[in-house]
Ligand binder design. Structure first.
Ligand code: SF4
Length: 308
């Protein structure tokens, strides 16, 4: 993300927002927050970690059933640590970005191997685990541990960028500035900080959307810097990626889906991939093997790890 140029910045000083949450935000959150999301009812850091890893790149509607099924199968970090990687990847079906499943299992294994009896809530420990970045570590610390730590995901970042910095897009703000701002706004008490973080997140997810924000219904509209500045156009362009079916991610997903059903020979994997991916089967398998998502089994067959 880069900071935008040429955007009129309404005056926002540290003193202007030092008192914390914007008036009106928490009332709106009490009435309109996404309180029914199943992971919101839990303070179990394992449960919150599972939900956060699933939500990293997958929509809420797809995560809800997968999250429930995962916790039925592996209700505790010990259970996940003991699971086979093949089963974990199979269970991840429908969520995409399968490396997340593997990293979640690796994180559980690392914790149990180190003698942990549960997932910690200390972000300094969490961030050392596979697949856990700054956001996920902070989210577990705040949402499960009620620690007074700032949390910045895309939704929160967008609200902060617009409301406080007058920028139209989260990509116009530097990540370090957004984290600094989130820290400055944070209530001192952990439970209040948790609610504040969730309120900003829900505002970004439901009203302050990337395209066509619902400013007319927004509880902070009267003090929104972006709105008051006349909605300056974002300077960071939106990048249009290639069609999904043309990407390696699509082809890798097809291979993993096939191996979820059982071992496949190289030739059968070539046959199931559409052109031009089929000609790239060897390269795709090498990449998946490097990521630990597939293994070579006997007689030239390919399987998920643990299935060989
Ligand atoms: S007024 Fe509009 S742009 Fe500003 S925070 Fe609310 S929804 Fe976002």
């Amino acid at each position: 993300m880069t900071r935008g140029k040429g955007v009129r910045r309404p005056p926002q000083t540290r003193a202007a927002h030092a008192s914390g949450t914007v008036p009106g935000l928490m009332d709106w959150y009490r009435d309109s927050g996404r309180h029914s999301l199943p992971w919101r009812f839990s303070r179990d850091p394992y449960v919150v970690l599972v939900s956060e890893v699933m939500l990293q790149q997958t929509q809420v509607s797809r995560v809800i059933p997968a999250y429930g099924a995962w916790l039925v199968r592996w209700p505790h970090v010990f259970c996940l640590a003991a699971a086979s990687q093949g089963d974990v990847i199979r269970q991840w079906s429908g969520l995409g970005y399968n490396r997340r499943a593997l990293n979640l299992q690796r994180a559980a294994s690392a914790l149990v191997a180190a003698g942990a009896e549960s997932v910690p809530v200390d972000p300094a420990i969490l961030i050392t685990l596979p697949g856990i970045g700054r956001y996920t570590a902070a989210a577990v610390a705040s949402f499960a541990g009620e620690m007074p730590v700032p949390v910045v995901d895309t939704n929160i970042g967008r609200v902060l960028a617009r409301r406080y910095l007058g920028l139209g897009s989260v990509r116009d703000a530097s990540p370090s500035r957004l984290w600094q701002l989130a820290a400055e706004l944070l209530p001192a008490a952990g439970p209040a900080a948790r609610e504040h973080n969730l309120a900003l997140m829900d505002l970004g997810a439901t009203l302050c959307r990337s395209a066509a924000p619902s400013c007319g219904s927004c509880p902070v509209a009267s003090s929104c810097s972006w709105l008051l500045a006349g909605r300056p156009v974002p300077t960071a362009g939106t990048s249009v990626g290639p069609r999904f079916e043309t990407t390696d991610r699509f082809a890798r997903g097809r291979i993993i889906d096939a191996l979820r059903r059982g071992p496949h020979s190289f030739d059968s994997l070539v046959a199931l991939l559409p052109s031009p991916h089929s000609a790239q089967t060897g390269r795709l398998l090498s990449g998946l093997e490097q990521d630990g998502l597939v293994v070579r089994a006997v007689r030239g067959f390919w399987t998920l790890p643990g299935d060989d």
